[in-house]
Design a protein. Structure first.
Ligand SMILES: [Zn+2]
Length: 229
């Protein structure tokens, strides 16, 4: 069995979507204090972390983009949705800021030799981290899905899709449209994934990425993992 880690490191002030607060990590304890109980003295290390529920590699809950009463928060989404069969499409050749069309999705699917099955997770590798990670353009210049491509995925019955960027579609109106389409179509997406290049050409795999049980959460950081049996 091979496990591929698809999550980014959570670090102090890690790059994030400009609309969300940053990750702030401070040292709470660093073995500098000794505490004694009875005859035993110990020290410990611990961090204090403040973060958005959209920090680092994360999944959006329906309540994030769906204002209707009853839209599920992250603690209400079934765990089965985060333990799925999955494939990865290679769209790493598209230019930055490009909105990927249905024709391009179909071409990538054909090239993968795979099919999209109901409830699948579909990873969309766009070469975003290769080109923008560590660059100030990272939160702005990424490519993404055209609105029609979000609907194309929904038409195929997927559960969710994943991207490397902070948004599923290019910055601005297209991104708002993609989030709204997810609400309309009952699907969701993960953002800020890593290592998708390691999934290309590997066929079908098991995806696991459980969210934290944040009551009322609009999303959650996940430890996203691809498993090849
Ligand atoms: Zn989102």
């Amino acid at each position: 069995m091979e496990l591929i880690d698809l999550s980014r490191e959570l670090t102090h002030r890690t790059p994030h979507h400009p609309a969300h607060p940053p990750v702030v990590i401070t040292v709470w304890d660093d073995h500098h204090m000794k505490v004694t109980a009875g005859n035993t003295t110990v020290s410990s290390k611990a961090l204090s972390i403040s973060f958005s529920d959209h920090a680092g590699t994360h999944v959006d809950a329906p309540v994030h983009f769906d204002p209707r009463p009853g839209a599920a928060s992250i603690d209400e989404v079934p765990l089965e949705n985060f333990y799925t069969s999955a494939i990865c499409l290679d769209l790493s050749h598209v230019p930055l800021k490009h909105a990927i069309t249905v024709a391009e999705m179909e071409e990538a699917l054909a090239k993968s030799g795979q099919e999209i099955r109901p409830k699948d997770t579909v990873m969309i590798y766009m070469g975003t981290n290769d080109r923008l990670w560590g660059d100030p353009r990272y939160p702005h210049d990424f490519p993404g899905l055209a609105l029609e491509s979000v609907h194309w995925l929904a038409d195929k019955g997927i559960g969710m899709f994943g991207v490397e960027a902070v948004s599923p579609s290019p910055e601005g109106e297209l991104n708002f449209q993609a989030h709204r389409a997810c609400a309309e179509r009952g699907i969701t997406h993960m953002e800020c994934l890593f290592n998708m290049d390691k999934l290309v050409g590997r066929g079908r795999f098991r995806f696991v990425g459980f969210p934290l049980k944040i009551k009322g959460g609009s999303g959650s950081p996940i430890r996203a993992v691809a498993i090849f049996e």
